[in-house]
Design a protein around this ligand. Structure first.
Ligand SMILES: NC(=O)c1ccc[n+]([C@@H]2O[C@H](COP(=O)([O-])OP(=O)(O)OC[C@H]3O[C@@H](n4cnc5c(N)ncnc54)[C@H](O)[C@@H]3O)[C@@H](O)[C@H]2O)c1
Length: 254
């Protein structure tokens, strides 16, 4: 039997929950009592096993979804509503990271990144919002990136999409506060698990390269960010909305 925990009775959709940060967010919310819905293009078997290994977490519900598809995101929301009757938390985590110098950046690559990182967020939110509005409660958490503060090179398409996430967060928060829904964003730094595509650097080298600019001289982990996600998903953060929390060990100042 489950004991009463911080997110007991809450239903959470986490997009991009199969690996990386999304997996950690799902595990954190599940460990604190939420019924989690793992929404991803790929099979989130590893995340499901990690949650099962917690012992007293609710069995995760899996929905295959491409967040760039309007019909698929609607089906995701409908499946959640049908199975659990509500959706309290939406973590818009699914994202695409792709390095390319601007002069080599193709229109296709530009569109692909904006499509997943921005349109995907729009569609997932659009599908879930009516459920939150109806129940008079909701927490929407959008994953941005500290590259928006740093102006990181070779990522113009990515940085543009992640700045869009902040604009989306601010404007939507103003519209939906009256329904008991908060909308916040997190700008995270490069986490210990990610290797930039195409790099031949080992993890150790990447960290040696990255850590000096951090005020906190240790690698950031998905679990660090999961703590912030959990707070923004909780009742305790109910007066915080339209905000962007920077979680990067103190690289950027915001
Ligand atoms: N890892 C980092 O260092 C870092 C830094 C800053 C911001 N972020 C942001 O955090 C989020 C997660 O990053 P990550 O590194 O864990 O990513 P990841 O690449 O490890 O995982 C992304 C997940 O999203 C899923 N996904 C991709 N496209 C999808 C789609 N169209 N529909 C549904 N699912 C889709 C993938 O299958 C995968 O499971 C992203 O929004 C990313 O931009 C990550």
């Amino acid at each position: 039997m489950q004991s009463v925990k911080r997110h007991s009775g809450r239903v959470a959709i986490i997009t991009g929950a199969a690996i990386g940060n999304g997996q950690a967010f799902a595990a954190q919310l599940a460990s604190e009592g939420a019924q989690v819905i793992l929404a991803d293009l790929i099979e989130p078997a590893e995340t499901r096993e990690r949650i099962r290994a917690l012992g007293d977490a609710l069995e995760p519900f899996i929905v295959q979804v491409d967040v760039t598809s309007e019909s698929a995101t609607r089906e995701m929301a409908a499946a959640a509503k049908e199975k659990f009757g509500r959706v309290d938390i939406l973590v818009n985590n699914a994202g695409l990271y792709d390095e390319e110098p601007f002069e080599l950046l193709s229109l296709d690559a530009w569109k692909r990144v904006l499509d997943v990182n921005l349109t995907g967020l729009f569609l997932s939110t659009k599908a879930v919002l009516p459920i939150m509005k109806h129940q008079g409660h909701g927490r929407i958490i959008n994953l941005s990136s500290d590259t928006i503060w740093l102006g990181t090179p070779y990522l113009v398409h990515y940085v543009t999409s992640k700045m869009g996430v902040v604009g989306f967060t601010r404007a939507l928060a103003t519209e939906v506060g009256k329904y008991g829904i908060t909308v916040n964003a997190i700008t995270l730094g490069l986490t210990a698990t990610q290797r930039p595509p195409g790099t031949r650097l080992s993890q150790g080298n990447i960290l040696a390269h990255l850590l000096p600019p951090q005020a906190i001289e240790r690698a950031e982990t998905p679990e660090d960010i999961a703590q912030v996600v959990s707070f923004l998903a909780s009742d305790e953060s109910g007066i915080i909305t339209g905000q962007t929390v920077n979680v990067d060990g103190g690289v950027a100042r915001h």
